[in-house]
Design a protein around this ligand. Sequence first.
Ligand code: THU
Length: 158
Amino acid sequence: MKQKEIKIQIEVAQFDELSESDRRLVELAREATERSYAPYSHFRVGAAIQLDNGEIVTGANQENVAYPSGTCAERSACFYAHARYPEAKFESIAIAARDTDGKFVTAPIAPCGACRQALLEYETLAGHGVRVMLCGGDEIYILPSVASLLPLAFTEFT
Ligand code: THU
């Protein structure tokens, strides 16, 4: 039997090491946590998407008393970005979160499976890797693409 190995590449950066445009995206993702509506989990997540038309679209998790009706920050951002600018390609996304104590999480959080699948759709439309920045308190994990977060993804059917 053959073995296959799938590896992913993660850059780990300090905030100060980021380019000015990446720092801005991270700041906007952090700021977007303020617009989270999370009265049930009290876990506030923000996302900021850089588009190739120069616009940045942000989103935050929106919860609902009927739990499954809510949505994560990443999906609120990517659905809005594509609804508002259907022609624009995604370049990068930054994701930040505050824990139930209101402080930014120490360890970076990564998008849930459903958000990875949703983001992958826009990466496919972009035709290139959409950089993903996962923001922790000290460190920021940078992945080259959404696909690297979703190996063996379902991408097409005939
Ligand atoms: N959540 C996000 O918005 N993004 C993630 O990457 C993980 C989880 C939200 C969903 C829910 O509102 C809260 O965080 C707790 O799971």
